[in-house]
Design a protein. Structure first.
Length: 85
C-alpha cells in the first residue's frame, strides 16, 4: 500500500522538519510503513474473510474512473482509501 492514508504521518509531516529546514524523509518513510502495517492488520482482523483488490482510478481519466472516485461504490464495501492527491 502506498499513498496518503487518513490519520497517517503524512498529516503531520512538519514534525519531520530538521533544524536546518530540510526534512527527514527516511524517518517519515519509516513511520509511513509502520502506520500502513497497523492499518492493514486492523483491516484484516475486522474483515477476516476479505479478498484484497487494488484499484487505481481518478476523475481526470474519463467518466468511468470519475464514477469510481465519486459514485459512492466503495461506500458499501469494506475498504481503505490511499490517496495520491
Amino acid at each position: 500500500m502506498h499513498g496518503y492514508l487518513e490519520g497517517g504521518p503524512d498529516h503531520h509531516w512538519e514534525s519531520f522538519r530538521l533544524p536546518n529546514g530540510d526534512y527527514d524523509w527516511k524517518a517519515l518513510d519509516v513511520e509511513r510503513c509502520k502506520y500502513r502495517q497497523e492499518v492493514m492488520k486492523k483491516f484484516m482482523e475486522e474483515n477476516p474473510d476479505a479478498a484484497i483488490y487494488c484499484f487505481h482510478y481518478g476523475d481526470d481519466n474519463g467518466q468511468y474512473e470519475g464514477a469510481l472516485e465519486h459514485g459512492g461504490l466503495f461506500d458499501y464495501l469494506p475498504h481503505i482509501v490511499s490517496s495520491h492527491h
